[in-house]
Design a protein around this ligand. Structure first.
Ligand code: ADP
Length: 306
């Protein structure tokens, strides 16, 4: 049976402000980007989130399905809406992001009626992927429910992957984020960690926070620099894989999300950690050569997955 992957998180409506003040509509979210690239790489993946019963939620669902992302685990909350953000670009081309997301449907994935059903369904996946941004959505009780769900996945032989995407504004204070990330890393079988996120969160102890899990789980540590390197630690393996230089970097949105998708797709296809990192670089390197999070299908690189 094909390996089934679940990506958990939030997709928001995206409005990009144009110079005349009009707004161009799209949608976006870190774990959705990963799900979408996994689907493009031939992995059976479901996006697990909650949406409302409004027209924009319908539109998102249709768009995800058209990309081959499974929508069977999307909870629909009557009367609720997706979160929304506006991207404003100033005269020098610098972008700023402005959010309306406190009451987004996705925040209630692990609370209220239907949560138990979502938890039960998640327990049946082979690989469950969530990010630090996903964690910031749920509050203490929701995070506890997610943690319980991850233990159920592992009890059935499935694996849990965690990507340390840290956005300070998603958290009431840094201490809560530090504790939640610590718990998530301790529970994960595969950690994607960016040294930048770790440093923001834990200062100079950042790398140590993730490397203490070496031996217990697989760690993909993404370093800085241009081009950056990743260090992969899996079992006794400890290899550093530099990213090939990219000629023209247009937009780094979804670099990490697409890297994670290609890495996981390669590992699921039986590739070694170093080969998987090379696949991650290949896809991410292509994604940053295009505007936006999602590149045209025709631009997808051929990865050695088969
Ligand atoms: P994020 O901040 O989204 O997590 P990262 O900065 O960790 O993204 O980059 C993810 C991946 O994107 C890298 O591992 C690499 O494959 C690719 N990448 C990012 N920046 C560059 C660059 N300057 N040159 C080549 N590849 C890059």
């Amino acid at each position: 049976m094909a390996t089934r992957v679940a990506c958990i998180g939030e997709c928001m409506m995206e409005l990009s402000e144009r110079p005349d003040g009009s707004l161009l509509r799209g949608y976006g979210g870190d774990t959705l980007n990963t799900a979408l690239y996994l689907a493009r790489l031939g992995v059976a993946v479901d996006y697990v989130t909650a949406l409302g019963d409004d027209p924009w939620s319908e539109e998102m669902l249709a768009a995800w399905a058209a990309e081959g992302v499974g929508t069977g685990q999307v909870r629909r909350l009557p009367g609720r809406m997706p979160g929304l953000y506006i991207i404003r670009t100033d005269g020098s081309g610098e972008r700023s992001f402005h959010y309306w997301r406190d009451s987004a449907a996705a925040r209630d994935l692990f609370s209220g009626p239907g949560a138990a059903e979502t938890q039960g369904a998640l327990a049946g996946y082979d690989l469950v992927y969530a990010s630090g941004i996903s964690l910031s959505l749920y509050g203490e009780a929701g995070r506890a429910a997610l943690a319980e769900t991850c233990r159920a996945v592992q009890a059935k032989g499935g694996r849990v992957a965690f990507d340390t995407n840290y956005r300070p504004r998603g958290w009431p204070d840094k201490a809560k984020a530090q504790a939640a990330f610590r718990d998530a890393m301790a529970a994960a079988d595969l950690i994607f960690a960016s040294s930048e996120d770790l440093e923001w969160l834990y200062g100079s102890d950042g790398e140590e926070e993730v490397l203490r899990h070496h031996g217990r789980c697989e760690i993909v540590l993404k370093g800085g620099g241009s081009p950056p390197s990743v260090r992969v630690l899996a079992g006794t393996e400890d290899v550093t894989v530099p990213a090939p230089p990219v000629d023209t970097i247009v937009d780094t949105t979804a670099a990490g999300d697409s890297f994670a998708a290609a890495y996981m797709a390669a590992r699921l296809a039986g590739r070694s950690p170093a080969e998987a990192a090379a696949c991650g670089h290949r896809l991410a390197g292509t994604v940053i050569g295009h505007r936006g999070a999602v590149i045209p299908r025709s631009a997808m690189p051929d990865l050695p997955l088969a």
